[in-house]
Ligand binder design. Structure first.
Ligand SMILES: [Fe+2]
Length: 330
C-alpha cells in the first residue's frame, strides 16, 4: 500500500470516528453507559482528566463524543468530575471552546471543575490571579457553581467531594497553609458522616502511580509529578481518615491493572489501608503506558459496602472490563 493511500485511509477513519460517532453511536446498544446495579446504587459519577482544550475544532469534537455518551447513560449520572488541565493555557478562548462542547449536553446532574497546572498558565507575567479569575468565571458559566476560591467542597447524594487546587502557576501544586487548614477542617466534617470521602486533585501524591519515574524526567526527583513541597503535609491529613478516595490526573498514563503491574511498576488504582488513589488517564492524549485510547476515564459506582471503579472510553462507548476494581468499604 502506498504511503499516500495509507495517509488517505487514516484521515478518512479519523474523520469517521470523530464526526459520525454521535450519530452512529446511538445505535451501538450493547455497550451503553449503564451502572451494574441500578436498584442499589447510592452515587454514580464519571471522572475524566486532562482535556487540554485549545482552539482546535477536533478537541471540541472529541470532548463532545464523551459528553454525548454520558448524556445518553441509562441511569443519569449524579456527577461528572473534570480533574484538571481543562484547558491548555487557561485562556478565555479555550474555556469558551470547553463551554461550547458542554452546551448541547447534560452529561450529569452536577459538574465539578478542578484546576490543573495548565489552567494556571494564563498570564504572560506568570501571575496567578488571571488564571483564578478565568477558572471561577467559567466554573459558574459551565457548571453553575459560584466560587470564591479554586478549592471548594460540595455534597452530592450526601457524599462529600473535596476539590483541591494549586494556588501557584508552577507544574507542581502550591497548597497554601490556609488551604491545608481548610482541608483538615473539611475532612473532619466529612468524616462525621461515616461515608466514603472523595478528594479530587489534579496532582497525585508523590510515590504513587509510578511517580516520579512516570512523570518522565530524565533524572527524576522524588517530588516530580506530585503536589510538590506540600506533598507530605497533604498526605498526612488525608491518611488520617477512613474510606478516602483520591482522584487525580496530571501524569497522562494509560490504564494499568494488577496483571500489568510487573511491566510498569504501578497500577492506576492503588490502596494503602483504606486510602485509595485513582489516577485518571489523559482524556485527550494517549499515554505511553498500559491500555491507551482517547476519551478514557472511570465510571465510579458507590454502593453501601463497596465502591466499583470501571474503566471506560467515553468517546468510543466501550467498557474496559479488565481494568475494573472493586474496593470494599471499612
Ligand atoms: Fe495534563
Amino acid at each position: 500500500m502506498g504511503l499516500f493511500f495509507k495517509m488517505f485511509v487514516t484521515v478518512v477513519l479519523t474523520f469517521l470516528n470523530v464526526f459520525t460517532f454521535p450519530i452512529f453511536g446511538f445505535f451501538a446498544g450493547e455497550d451503553n453507559y449503564q451502572v451494574k446495579d441500578a436498584e442499589d446504587i447510592k452515587l454514580n459519577f464519571a471522572a475524566i482528566s486532562d482535556i487540554h482544550m485549545t482552539d482546535e475544532f477536533a478537541r471540541v469534537q472529541v470532548l463532545k463524543c464523551g459528553l454525548w455518551d454520558m448524556d445518553h447513560a441509562a441511569d443519569k449520572l449524579d456527577a461528572l468530575v473534570l480533574a484538571g488541565d481543562l484547558t491548555d493555557h487557561g485562556l478565555e478562548e479555550e474555556y469558551e471552546n470547553l463551554k461550547k462542547a458542554f452546551e448541547p449536553y447534560t452529561p450529569a446532574k452536577e459538574i465539578l471543575m478542578v484546576v490543573g497546572n495548565h489552567d494556571t498558565w494564563t498570564d504572560e507575567d506568570d501571575r496567578y490571579e488571571p488564571a483564578k479569575e478565568n477558572f471561577i468565571r467559567y466554573s459558574k458559566e459551565i457548571t453553575g457553581r459560584e466560587l470564591t476560591e479554586c478549592y471548594y467542597t460540595t455534597e452530592i447524594n450526601g457524599y462529600t467531594f473535596i476539590v483541591m487546587a494549586s494556588e501557584g502557576t508552577s507544574t507542581s501544586a502550591y497548597i497554601s497553609d490556609t488551604q491545608l487548614q481548610w482541608l483538615r477542617e473539611e475532612m473532619d466534617k466529612a468524616a462525621e458522616k461515616e461515608l466514603p470521602i472523595f478528594v479530587v486533585s489534579h496532582w497525585p501524591l508523590a510515590e504513587t502511580h509510578g511517580l516520579p519515574v512516570t512523570w518522565g524526567d530524565e533524572e527524576p526527583e522524588l517530588l516530580d509529578g506530585s503536589f510538590g513541597d506540600q506533598n507530605y503535609q497533604v498526605e498526612a491529613i488525608l491518611k488520617d481518615y477512613e474510606n478516602v478516595f483520591m482522584i487525580s490526573g496530571h501524569i497522562h498514563n494509560g490504564l494499568v491493572n494488577d496483571r500489568q503491574a510487573d511491566i510498569y511498576g504501578y497500577t492506576s488504582v492503588e490502596s494503602d489501608g483504606s486510602f485509595h488513589s485513582i489516577n485518571l488517564p489523559s482524556y485527550m492524549y494517549m499515554g505511553i503506558r498500559g491500555r491507551v485510547f482517547n476519551g478514557l476515564g472511570y465510571s465510579i459506582e458507590v454502593y453501601e459496602k463497596e465502591v466499583l471503579i470501571r474503566a471506560r472510553s467515553f468517546t468510543s462507548d466501550v467498557w474496559y472490563t479488565d481494568y475494573d476494581v472493586t474496593i470494599p468499604l471499612v
